[in-house]
Design a protein around this ligand. Sequence first.
Ligand code: SF4
Length: 499
Amino acid sequence: MLNRAPIENGPQDGGHLPDLNPHLSDPVPPQVYEAPQMARVDRWIAAAGEWLARNQRSVMAVQWGIVGIYVLLVVVPAFLPPPARTAHIWTNLTLFAQFAFWGIWWPFVLVSMVMVGRLWCGVLCPEGALSETASRKGRGRSTPGWVKWKMWPFVAFVLTTVYGQMLSVYQYPKPALLILGGSTVAAIGIGYMYGRNKRVWCKYLCPVNGVFGLLSKLSPLHYRIDRDAWDASPKPAVRLNCAPMVPIRTMKGASTCHMCGRCAGFRDSVALSRRTPGSEIVHVAGFQTKPWETWLIVFGLLGVAAGAFHWASSAYFIAGKQAAAEWLVDNGIMWPITGHAPWWVLTNYPDLNDVMSPLDGAMLLTYLAIVALVFGGAIMLFLAAAGRLLARPFDGATMGAIWRQRTHHLAQALIPIAGSIVFLGLFATTASILKADGIRLTFVPTVENIIMALAATWSVALAWRICGLYTGSRGRQVLAAALMLGAIGAGVAAWALPY
Ligand code: SF4
């Protein structure tokens, strides 16, 4: 038997809508959670999960190692002199840290979500480890209502993304320390105050919690629960500590699970398992409709994040800024053009000829808002139209509730392109850092186009399958899928057009 620390589990996730599809009595098709005849590969996968459960001390040692690397890459460069113009990523720690952190670390954390779910969160994340450690020794208070506000995943992501652009977080070490280090300090503080051996910060407030939760729905791995075996097994003497407070017995997906492995083998009913990539989006997400997820996909990732990655090179942004500057000069208002602010408000590095004026800051905020509203608004219209087409009245639910559920579920089909936009934005950062060092990756535009084309194809396939869940009419399915093509096209355009 496995050694387990005593623990308590958190409440059920809120926000589940009732079954709004009269044709589906079970939100999860049997193949998602029923144990099939186990193939050898399934036994290896399950054994990997149980290995994690047995080796939590090793996991903790790895986490502390990552904390050390994190300090080296994020904290140390902020206290070093700026790199000389002749410095390279292999001769200067600041440049190396910039490349390693933004060019390698973050893009591949995103990829790992799609490949292995939130293993990063549960096994490697330094912030989660520090927060849980603080929680072990802290006050252990119950989590207040403001921490549990359901829109945090959207709001925290947007605020962090916008603030990062205002400070040029990818270019300079001090903003990176302020934003990432500030987040880490907050994670420790929240851990110290609330919960016992828990990751309250990760579950509710981490700025990338929402994005990671969405991407992990695409993963081919998850912890499968055999509920019959769970119910039939005797109650264990010790309780299991699920740090992100997932209601394990009723867990049906991977988006809230941090894949830490602690529950593997628990009550002989939990096993790391394979599943069809994206099956959670088709078969589970529609029954766990959370409006913040739609906001994050449509206005956060396909709006603000898309704009954040290309505003500096956008011809529209430059033209708008020139027009605004000319109007200000014509009217004798100069301070927005000549003024500047501290580096922690707006980018301010005069020695490097890199200063954002109040006009630059205002134009940046305006541009991101316009991109979010134009592309996000267009996507929402397509989603709502497709949702309306698939909404059919039946007893027990209002038409409005059915329509909203369809619309939110359809939005989940956009996760592949939404995730690709963030990955490609960071990938472009990788390429530009290498280019500044004289290493030109001429294949980057081709790779970017291929990745976006594959993501769009995946979104189309998911949309087609979701539409098919809600109608028996092939014609209605085709019409709804055609509207979804419009939403997917608008999402791709948010990435491609403003260049
Ligand atoms: S359900 Fe909880 S304990 Fe189990 S793997 Fe996920 S995060 Fe860990």
